[in-house]
Design a binder for this molecule. Structure first.
Ligand code: UD1
Ligand code: CA
Length: 453
């Protein structure tokens, strides 16, 4: 059985924020949530999160996650933090220690580490840095075996020359931890109970420390300030972009895509610059997304073109449709195949039938629109009376002239034509022309007023 302990009690002073560090977001999700995801992906049987600073906000924010929350009231060191979680962990379990502020460690690296610690071994994840200052250094004997870890603040000048550092991530059995953690003291420069002191204890008992070295320092980097958060966000985005390109997606500039959720792509998808995808997004085959589009929690069918500056949220777009430029699809929009939604058009909670067009400057909300309908420029479904919302129902093959107001609740039958500039307040039976327009007057010989001298 595998138990994961995530240390997340630290304050994060250098973030200069009221928010506890582990709740700062990377790709729209709290740092800690990335770590919980990783713990689940490597097959943790139980996950224990040690929290403290910021109090209940951390468990409250992540209440939807199945983890055991362990309060560490005072942050007395990493060894003390692990000791808080240990009583909840079954004897004989393999334990993996992760950090709530190290969000991007890969499943592959952790899997290798877990293997290195299997059968009551001790696995330690290290990394070699050009600038190792601040980190705990890995001290090895002449044969290359790890003997202990010395913290930067406790290290001698000679020890500080070592570039191989402790990532903090390690794996060992709960039985061993139980024995060693009880023996920790805080006789060091920081007056803390260092988890790292268990390495020397293990070596004394004749255990070999198996080290796994991370080839990519970004995956083991922690977040201590906003700059590091931004660095990791870029690293994460680069990984996402690489993954999409490897799957065949064309990115006009991989550095200018932001993927803050989960995207599924068909074949021959092309994404232009400055596109943001959030939540769960599904893109069919031959989807072409123009620059500056934001798409959240939506499903886009095959052969859809989304032109520049469109914003799509919780919508379904049928195959062969054309959206934008400057279109806004709001939640509960469902577009059938081959619809056209043009510039400065807002659609909300509406279904639009196959082949229908809303091409210019319109608002269609709380509506059902049939097939092959043409909605002229500047049409408004007046769905709200200031207190309640009402439905507009439009049949098939309707032609709505420009600048029409449809005062809901209202039903327009199949085949109806509505004259431009009409205010439609009553239901219209099928196949008729409806229009409400004051008669045009022509006054001949009329003179414009002239300015007084
Ligand atoms: C720790 C390691 C160091 C390693 C470095 C990697 C120790 C003694 N040192 O140092 O060898 O190179 O991480 O970044 O382990 N935490 C708690 N409760 C506490 C103390 C810490 O939950 O009482 C959490 C922090 O929130 C943080 C993590 O543990 O996520 C590491 O603590 P931090 O104080 O940053 O340790 P370092 O001094 O950086
Ligand atoms: Ca740290």
């Amino acid at each position: 059985m595998l138990s994961v302990i995530i240390l997340a009690a630290g304050q994060g002073t250098r973030m200069r924020s009221a928010l506890p560090k582990v709740l700062h977001v990377l790709a729209d999700r709290p740092l800690l949530e990335h770590v919980i995801d990783t713990a689940e992906q490597i097959g943790a049987d139980d996950i224990h999160v040690v929290y403290g600073h910021g109090g209940q906000i951390v468990p409250t924010t992540l209440a939807h996650r199945t983890v055991a929350w362990v309060m560490q009231a005072q942050q007395l060191g990493t060894g003390h933090a692990v000791a808080q979680a240990l009583p909840d962990i079954k004897p004989g379990n393999q334990v993996l220690i992760l950090y709530g502020d190290v969000p991007l460690v890969s499943v592959e690296t952790l899997t290798t580490l877990l293997k290195s610690a299997a059968n009551d071994g001790f696995g330690l994840l290290t990394v070699t840095l050009t600038d190792a200052s601040g980190y705990g250094r890995i001290i090895r004997d002449k044969s290359g075996a790890v003997t202990r870890i010395v913290e930067h603040k406790d290290a001698t000048e000679q020890e500080r020359q070592v570039n191989e550092v402790n990532t903090g991530i390690l794996s060992v059995s709960s039985d061993r931890l139980n024995v060693w953690l009880k023996r920790l003291d805080n006789n060091n420069v920081q007056g803390e109970y260092y988890l790292t002191d268990i390495i020397a204890m293990a070596v004394q008992e004749g255990l070999t420390i198996s080290t796994v070295s991370s080839g990519d320092e970004n995956e083991v980097l922690g977040v201590n300030n906003k700059r590091q958060l931004a660095t990791l966000e870029r690293y994460y985005q680069q990984l996402q972009a690489d993954r999409l390109m490897d799957a065949g997606v064309t990115l006009r500039d991989p550095a200018r895509l932001d993927l803050r959720g989960v995207v599924e792509c068909g074949r021959d998808v092309i994404i232009d610059v400055n596109v943001i995808l959030t939540g769960n997004v599904t893109l069919g085959n031959n989807v072409n997304i123009g620059p500056n589009c934001v798409i959240s929690n939506s499903t886009i069918g095959d052969d859809v073109t989304i032109f520049a500056n469109s914003v799509i949220d919780e919508a379904v777009v049928g195959s062969g449709s054309r959206i934008g430029p400057f279109a806004r699809l709001r939640p509960e929009t469902v577009l059938a195949e081959e619809t056209h939604i043009g510039n400065f058009v807002e659609i909300k909670k509406a279904t639009i039938g196959r082949g229908s067009k809303v091409n210019h400057l319109s608002y269609v909300g709380d509506a059902t629109v049939g097939k092959r309908v043409n909605i002229g420029a500047g049409t408004i479904t007046c769905n709200y009376d200031g207190a309640n919302k009402y439905l507009t129902e439009i049949g098939d093959d309707v032609f709505v002239g420009s600048d029409t107001q449809l005062i809901a609740p209202v039903k327009i039958g199949d085949g109806v034509t509505i004259g431009a500039g009409s205010t439609i307040t009553k239901d219209v039976e099928p196949e008729v022309l409806a229009l409400s327009r004051s008669k045009q007057q022509t006054i001949t010989g009329w003179k414009r007023p002239v300015k007084k001298k």
